[in-house]
Design a binder for this molecule. Structure first.
Ligand code: ADP
Length: 404
């Protein structure tokens, strides 16, 4: 289909309602390649983002996050489904006609053009009248604190400054929709922190813009997003506010990917409202049992489940503590403010992780008392095979946290 056809199609399918979400992915599928070499990069992907909302697409490398962004920006054509912007079907529209601001990890600045030239380029491509261009470039550069650098070439700027220019270029077209694909991934840790703060400021300065932010870094998702869409193997696994996903993870994958969690296999003994008694190994523990999400079975006695226990909620002390379970210290990794212990708890099948204050020394192979909070954690449906690969052997805690 050529662009002319696409425009006709788009205009006939326009729904002119202010209530339409800024972004809609409607059962989008994307495949790369053909025949035996086909990769399903996105499957049945449905997501709505309201004007003024920031949604983070969070997931491991290869889970389809960038492909979703490219499908929306028009850089790849969905093999099925549709993408809509403010109610308008743009599935077949060329990228430049979508009016979307895009920022990518590699900055993608033209090396031979000045900062001004780079920002102006996008405006020319969007056919902004010449007389308006200078003012729009200045406005965009000032938004990202780069007003004084207009005459420099990209190579005369630091990585963080280049990324700011790339953001200014995306903002110059005053987009209703801003897509950011791992924008901080190429920066060092310290710069990433300060850029996160700047992105928060930018978010505040653009209250009507819908943002889709791709990252494999949960800290970025937690810092910036109103809602987090967790992705795995080309599919959306869970979507909710960061707080809900953290407090009541709907799946073991999300529990482990967002914040790290001990996922202790258990059996439900008794349910009363949103409280449960469970058996884990030889122990009986109290657990929170939030109502399972739509389409998932309610908790039932004797059902297998996982008890999600966050490492920082465990207390490690002496074995004389009568409320503590006996455990042997299998590993102790000092991280400065905290120490991550791996504990083999008597009567539990798998080792668990506990984060204790950094000054607490725990010798390898020593026996300690570990106290679970009460309730010990939150129940998660046991969906076999849904855990991240790095954690499949036991608990969902990865020593290094989620990785790409
Ligand atoms: P993410 O952004 O989560 O890292 P991507 O969307 O880049 O994931 O990739 C999803 C899947 O599609 C991966 O298996 C990846 O290897 C594959 N893929 C991405 N781009 C292409 C391409 N141009 N050709 C073939 N396969 C691709």
């Amino acid at each position: 289909m050529n662009v002319g056809d696409a425009l006709t199609k788009s205009s006939t399918t326009t729904v002119s309602s202010a209530l339409e979400p800024a972004i809609v992915f409607d059962r989008v599928g994307v495949r790369y390649g053909t025949g035996r070499k086909t990769t399903v990069a996105l499957a049945d992907f449905t997501l709505r983002v309201a004007a003024g909302e920031t949604v983070a697409l969070l997931g491991p490398s290869g889970s389809g996050k960038s492909t979703a962004l490219k499908a929306l920006a028009g850089f790849v054509r969905p093999t099925s489904g549709a993408v809509r912007l403010a109610g308008r079907d743009v599935t077949d529209l060329s990228p430049a006609k979508r009016g979307i601001g895009v920022v990518v990890q590699s900055y993608a600045l033209f090396p031979h053009m000045t900062v001004h030239g780079n920002v102006a380029f996008g405006l020319k491509a969007h056919r902004v009248p010449r007389r308006e261009i200078d003012a729009r470039v200045t406005e965009a550069l000032e938004m990202v604190g780069m007003g004084a650098y207009a005459k420099r070439l990209p190579r005369e700027l630091s990585g963080g400054q280049q990324q700011r220019v790339a953001i200014a270029r995306a903002l110059a077209i005053r987009p209703k929709v801003l897509l950011l694909d791992e924008p901080l991934a190429a920066l060092d840790a310290q710069l990433r922190q300060s850029m996160l703060g700047e992105l928060q400021q930018l978010r505040k300065a653009l209250p009507d813009t819908a943002m889709l932010y791709v990252t494999h870094d949960q800290a970025e998702a937690l810092a910036l997003a109103d809602r987090i869409a967790v992705m795995r193997d080309a599919r959306l696994v869970d979507i909710d506010t960061a707080e809900n996903l953290w407090q009541r993870p709907p799946s073991d994958f999300t529990a482990a990917f967002l914040g790290g969690a001990n996922l202790v296999p258990c059996t439900v003994n008794h349910i009363s409202g949103d409280a449960a008694l469970v058996t884990a190994g030889t122990h009986t523990l109290r657990a929170k049992a939030p109502k399972p999400g739509v389409g998932k079975a309610a908790w039932a006695p004797d059902a297998a489940a996982l008890l999600c226990v966050r490492p920082h909620t465990l207390t490690v002390g002496a074995t004389t503590d009568r409320d503590a379970l006996r455990a042997t210290v299998r590993a102790s990794v000092w991280r400065g403010a905290t120490t991550r212990l791996r504990l083999a708890v008597d009567g539990l099948p798998d080792e668990i992780a506990a984060d204790v204050p950094g000054h607490l020394a725990a010798e390898l192979d020593s026996v300690v008392g570990v106290r679970f909070p009460d309730p010990a954690g939150v129940l998660i449906p046991a969906e076999l095979g849904a855990r991240p690969p790095a954690t499949a052997a036991g608990s969902g805690v990865d020593e290094t946290g989620p990785r790409a």
